[in-house]
Design a binder for this molecule. Structure first.
Ligand code: GUN
Length: 294
């Protein structure tokens, strides 16, 4: 049976640490870190994610304000709101929950957020810093959460063959860039137009899957002893939550695997907290949290 990479447990430890840190700031008479969250429309999954983020902020002492705008909100209304947050010295971080409704130009919204307040790390300036190996940018939450979890479990990454399935701006691309940093490991990125997915996945020492397709990865597609990280969160018709990986058939073949739920999801939220506290630290002239120094 594989080692189960327990994201809930690692995330809990990070929250505990941040709660203590923020408590220290308050004792010194400083204000709480603050995060503005923008949610447009009524997507049920997005609502759950935003609620999880709000709860986690509350637990550690980050003041979060959730702005739930109607589905028909215009591009201008969203950019105006972000402009207000950009200019507010009491707000450290801004998060716009994705996906946005189809009439909205998502990239333009992302580029409106001030890079110092971009706690998602999606702004081209932060993405560019990650791509060029600079260490003072913000790293997107899910890839950073996966990285921290691998390090927590002392999983070796140096020189390992890494395969990332899914090439999104949110997960796949920044994940690949993290492994490329300092020539840590060679990475293959697969996506919808990859002709022979299995020929890649069977080579992987570390396989990261972020596609959104239940049971995309089956036992014959992985190498014995591989480390498998499942980013997918899919709701089946019977209401069950499953990942992109067929956990039951893989768990006896691989050396370590993340469960769904309870693997990557809680880590994404924990790294959002880290990125928000980092924005606050930077504003106050403090160095970034060591866990985010990749
Ligand atoms: N939607 C899915 N994942 C994310 C994320 O990490 N950040 C934001 N803003 N939206 C998302």
């Amino acid at each position: 049976m594989a080692l189960i990479l327990d994201g809930r447990e690692v995330a809990r430890k990070i929250r505990q640490e941040l709660k203590k840190e923020i408590g220290g700031y308050l004792q010194r008479g400083m204000r709480n870190p603050a995060l503005a969250v923008v949610l447009v429309g009524d997507d049920p999954a997005s609502k759950v994610y935003v609620e999880n983020k709000r709860k986690a902020c509350k637990e550690v002492g980050i003041n979060s304000m959730v702005f739930n705008l109607p589905e028909n909100t215009s591009q201008q209304e969203i950019t105006d709101l972000i402009g207000k947050f950009n200019g507010d010295p009491e707000i450290d971080g801004i998060l716009v929950q994705l996906p946005l409704p189809s009439h909205i130009n998502t990239q333009e919204i992302i580029e409106t957020i001030s890079p110092e307040k971009d706690v998602d790390g999606f702004h081209p300036e932060n993405m560019g810093k990650l791509a060029t190996g600079k260490s003072d940018g913000v790293i997107p939450c899910t890839p950073l959460g996966i990285w921290i979890m691998l390090k927590h479990y002392k999983i070796q990454t140096f020189k390992k063959d890494v395969v990332v399935v899914g090439a999104s701006n949110i997960v796949g691309k920044p994940m690949a860039l993290l492994f490329l940093k300092n020539e840590e490991a060679p990475v293959s990125v697969c996506h919808i137009n990859t002709k022979d997915l299995k020929s890649y996945t069977t080579r992987a020492d570390i396989l990261i899957v972020a596609v959104g397709k239940p049971k995309l990865i089956t036992a014959e597609m992985v190498k014995e002893g591989a480390v498998v990280v499942d980013v997918g969160i899919n709701r089946l018709e019977d209401g069950r939550l499953v990942g992109d990986v067929d956990f039951e058939t893989l768990k006896d073949k691989v050396s370590a695997i993340t469960p769904v739920p309870g693997g990557v999801g809680p880590m994404t939220v924990a790294t959002l907290l880290l990125n928000t506290v980092n924005a606050y630290r930077k504003k106050h002239g403090f160095p970034p949290h060591p866990l985010t120094q990749v």
